[in-house]
Design a protein around this ligand. Structure first.
Ligand code: KG4
Ligand code: ZN
Length: 351
């Protein structure tokens, strides 16, 4: 079974063709980073307009790279939540049009569910990568979300949130700190690069909520501390900036890994999985693999293309729904909220 997936929840327009077993036949991502960079963040109205311009070409390109016609596709999957509603609408309306014209079933996909199953995508036809076994614990860490989940089966209703950020997402903190340091947008890759040259011990920053009992996170405090620090004593040299980056990154990575491994141990699972754009961070990847090994756990870190926003993960999560006999109607709607039950309240912590 072949599924055409569409993704337009934030600042990437994506289309992909994926088989029900996770084989990626094509995966096209048109990034809007350059469009939003001058504003230091995503401008929702600009995002919607750019999706509108690109969705048609991106879908055609995905079919062409897979060497397929629309008639070869068995179903259409589309991100319908959570995200910027105007941006989501573009993908959802396009998906309805394509599914209607091709007389194929349509399924909506929760973007977070897409990220959580992205580890099962097989991008290289010559290499079968090791896959995690259910149940596993996953850390989804991106610009919009930071949360820990227990995943018991390949279905959205088998996903349980164990803890989440009470305020900013980790990627959002990377972006805000980079902005404070004048490093441009998006900030994650810039901080990652500079941190490698910095000395994390020169700037004392504690890992936020490291010693709290639960599995919640908070990243707005550390950002505010850096804002005060930069205001009081602006970094004088590139080396000073690199030291702040190294210290900030080490603090964030420490708490992410600590809580992911704690979640795995308290859930009694052996496999831990990383997803979302921040999973591209080199310190996070390297330290997680070492820390998991030392505890006898297996860490699964998908390739970069599967971590950042892409339509292949949406097609795959859609295929799982289709296999379960699920379908959506032409009345499929968009919303900015995830369908996954939340365990953590913004600004407050555990429910
Ligand atoms: O998953 P994603 O592409 O989009 C969202 O759904 O948010 O994640 C984008 C986020 C941005 O905040 C970006 O700064 C961060 O991922 N990011 C990184 C790195 N590469 C991207 N953060 C830390 N280190 C990186 N190497
Ligand atoms: Zn995402």
């Amino acid at each position: 079974m072949l599924v055409l997936g569409l993704e337009s929840s934030c600042d990437e327009t994506g289309a992909a063709v994926v088989a029900a077993d996770g084989r990626v036949l094509s995966d096209v991502v048109q990034s809007q980073v350059a469009l939003h960079a001058p504003y230091g963040g995503v401008v929702p109205e600009l995002a919607s307009r750019d999706h509108l311009k690109n969705i048609g070409p991106v879908v055609r390109e995905a079919l062409s790279r897979a060497k397929l016609q629309l008639t070869d596709i068995d179903a259409v999957a589309v991100t319908n939540r959570p995200g910027l509603v105007g941006a989501l609408l573009v993908g959802v309306q396009a998906a309805k049009g394509v599914a209607w014209a091709a007389k194929k079933p349509l399924v909506g996909v929760d973007h977070l569910v897409g990220h959580l199953f992205a580890v099962f995508l097989q991008r290289d036809p010559h290499e079968k990568s090791d896959l995690p076994e259910f149940p596993f614990v996953a850390l989804l860490v991106s610009g919009g979300h930071t949360a820990l989940y227990r995943v018991d089966a390949p279905r959205a209703d088998a996903i349980t949130e164990l803890g989440a950020t009470r305020d900013d997402a980790a990627g959002e903190a990377f972006d805000k700190v980079a902005k404070l340091l004048g490093l441009g947008y998006p900030g994650g890759p810039a901080i990652d690069r500079l941190a490698a040259q910095g000395d994390a011990t020169r700037v004392p920053l504690e890992a936020p909520m490291l010693h709290s009992k639960g599995l919640d996170f908070s990243f707005s405090g550390i950002k505010t501390r850096i804002a005060y620090m930069v205001e009081e004593k602006p970094p004088q040299s590139e080396r000073d900036v690199a030291d702040v980056c190294a210290s900030f990154q080490a603090a964030v990575v420490t708490v992410l890994i600590d809580k992911l491994l704690r979640a795995a141990e308290s859930s009694g699972v052996r496999d831990v999985v990383l997803g979302g754009g921040v999973a591209a961070n080199r310190e996070l990847r390297a330290r997680l693999e070492a820390a998991a090994r030392s505890k006898g756990l297996r860490a699964f870190v998908p390739p970069f293309a599967s971590c950042t926003d892409n339509a292949a993960m949406i097609a795959y999560a859609g295929a799982l729904r289709i296999v379960n006999g699920e379908r959506d109607g032409w009345d499929l709607v968009t919303t900015n909220a995830t369908a996954l039950p939340r365990a953590t309240r913004k600004g407050r912590g555990a429910r």
